[in-house]
Design a protein around this ligand. Structure first.
Ligand SMILES: [Zn+2]
Length: 341
């Protein structure tokens, strides 16, 4: 029977192990597998390794070959934060391929929407460079795949704590992919200023909201309501992808933002409503970062409940909406040549 919320959850992605003490550890996925495997109401979507042709939609073949060459080797170092284990090549291809399969299932109306719980994460991976725990840019591969199968306009909404430099750069000259990012700033990886708005034919198709440490539910809620959703509506996406990182949670050990599950629920609700209004309900979330196991578990559950329509918009718990004013003024100034904001 068609309908429901699809889920990609595949233990083969546990085989990527960047080493003892690394925050992007297999336990992040293990705890989700244990908690969600038997959850009623979710439709399992079988993952498969992405092909090299699919990865090459957004990546340099030389990077693909370098990651492929890591297979079976104890450790290959891509940058100080990014290293592989013998199983990383397969895990990384399953992450990208699982997300493609989920997007296909949504396009074919086999499921209404879904979430791909994948690792390694993707949004820092550049055309020719693995970095920031990321080998291949899963969400970018999916967006490029959607275009190839006829989806005209895709929005990628990235609420991970970090700026998705890879995703921005892969699409910053592309008028058909709107990249939206909320992130702590200045912070790793250093990109994501409000004035980075896209280039050439892609001018106005990058929307950055750089937030100081301490921003929480209220600032995120106001930003979605006043800037993100209005611009996305004007763009009128045919598909909504969410780079769902949960390191923006107040409990995360790497970040300084202060979002709670109530804030995640509010952002997820805004994304679902945007998809319903513009994209025939087509929305898929993909796991990016998040390094506190309870925060990831809570965030993923909130996202799933929102996709399933089980959750109403909760009251925000943290932050102060007025503090968002100066950042939103800068964003409006940068975006005003392209959108009514
Ligand atoms: Zn992150």
């Amino acid at each position: 029977m068609a309908g429901g919320t699809g889920i990609v959850l595949d233990e083969r992605m546990l085989a990527h192990d960047p080493g003892r003490g690394h925050p992007e550890r297999p336990d992040r996925l293990r705890i989700l597998c244990d908690g969600l495997r038997d959850r009623p109401g979710l439709v399992p979507i079988g993952a498969r390794p992405a092909s090299e042709d699919e990865l090459a939609l957004v990546h340099d073949p030389a990077l693909i070959e370098r990651v492929a060459a890591s297979a079976g080797r104890p450790c290959t170092i891509f940058d100080p934060d990014t290293r592989t284990s013998p199983g990383s090549w397969e895990a990384a291809r399953i992450a990208a391929g699982g997300l493609i399969e989920l997007c296909e299932a949504v396009c074919a109306s086999e499921v209404d929407n879904g979430v791909a719980l994948v690792r390694p994460p993707g949004h820092h991976a550049e055309y020719a460079r693995a970095m920031g725990f990321c080998l291949f840019n899963n969400v970018a591969v999916a967006a490029a795949h959607l275009r190839r199968r006829g989806i005209g306009r895709t929005v990628i909404i990235d609420w991970d704590l970090h700026h998705g430099n890879g995703t921005q750069h892969l699409f910053e000259r592309d008028p058909d992919v709107l990249y939206v990012s909320t992130h702590q700033y200045p912070y790793y990886p250093g990109t994501g200023a409000a004035e980075e708005v896209g280039e050439g034919a892609g001018a106005g198709r990058t929307l950055n909201l750089p937030f100081p440490a301490g921003f929480g539910d209220q600032e995120f809620g106001r930003s979605f309501a006043e800037v993100i959703v209005p611009i996305c509506r004007q763009f009128a996406p045919e598909f909504v992808l969410v780079s769902a990182g949960f390191d923006c949670d107040i409990r995360d050990p790497l970040g300084g933002l202060a979002v709670t599950p109530a804030g995640i629920a509010s952002m997820a609700r805004a994304c679902v409503e945007l998809a319903e209004e513009c994209a025939g309900g087509r929305i898929v979330g993909v796991l990016e970062g998040g390094y506190d196991l309870e925060a990831i578990t809570d965030g993923v559950n909130v996202l799933i409940e929102t996709l399933r329509g089980e959750r109403t918009r909760p009251d925000p718990l943290t932050g102060d909406a007025r503090r968002a004013g100066p950042v939103l003024d800068r964003v409006r100034t940068a975006q005003s040549p392209y959108w009514r904001v």
